[in-house]
Design a protein around this ligand. Sequence first.
Ligand code: KG4
Ligand code: ZN
Length: 352
Amino acid sequence: MKVLSIESSCDETSASVVKIQDNVITVLSHITATSLDLHSKTGGIIPENAAREQVKYIMPVIIRALIESKNETIKTDDKENYTFAQKILKQEIDSIAVTYGPGLIGSLLVGVETAKTLSFTLNKPLIPVNHLLAHLFANFISQPNVTFPFIGLIVSGGHTDLLHFKSVSEYEWLGGTRDDAAGEALDKIGRLMNLSYPAGPEIEKRAKQEIQTKIAFKSPILNENTFDFSFSGLKAEVMRYVQNKNLSEDNKNEICFAVQKAVIDVLVKKTLAAAQQYNCPTILLGGGVSANQTLKENFKQEARSQKLEVKILSPEKVYCTDNAAMIGAYALLNTVEKPWKEVFANPNLHLQ
Ligand code: KG4
Ligand code: ZN
């Protein structure tokens, strides 16, 4: 089975062609257009700006994904590209998968309405996909040996959630953030220090240069007996710390180290505790923050030091942040097709 998948829940516009054969999920093409430059200027995403960019990108990205899935190159003639892409979609694609939530309403509408139109005009079934679950299912791309049950930790710019997955379609929500998401806290803290947007990657880079700082921030609700998280207190603590200080580059590196440690410590502790409590031999990480190398290393170190027999997996870096390939992977493993008339963008889609 082969799907065309579309993701446009936040600032990225992404399309991919993904197939499953003998239980192996393979990405045949993956194209993402980003409007990050625009958002760097404003230090965050202005939803209307993001959606306007996505209207511009959506069809070129889809056309390119279809053509590159055949290992063909884009021609200079737009009409020729469009005709070829439509032929591929008509003849070779079984279904269209699309993110229907959660996310920014304008951004979601761009992807959902495009997918619905293609579904209607080319008579292809539609598979609506929850963006958050897809972040975890990015782990199944090219990794056929991922098994159930597992504990899933979604750590992105908008979400921090712990799930206990029993089968492809059966999960229990264990806890989530009470306020800011982990990535959101990193991005807001980055803004306090004038770091690039989004700040996660720069915080990771700076933290690597500083390991001997005396600065320590509290890991929020680290010792509370709950699978919930909270990161707004950390942001407030850093805000108080940097207030009225003229920070040198070394100071910034120290703060980045301490912030990253506070975030990682609580993510690792609660996720490993969930794996123990639910007797899960596997942990899957997903979402933009799971691209963080130190997070992945700390997970493995801590599991070793607690003598836990647990496998910790994370997606390939390109599939950690928002991408359409993960939407295709989820749709191929959990193929629930819907008529186009029943699919709607839902910005507030929940996990619970
Ligand atoms: O999953 P994602 O692309 O978008 C959402 O669905 O929210 O996640 C984006 C988030 C941003 O907050 C960004 O700062 C963070 O992921 N991020 C990282 C790293 N790369 C991206 N955080 C820490 N370390 C990284 N290497
Ligand atoms: Zn995401």
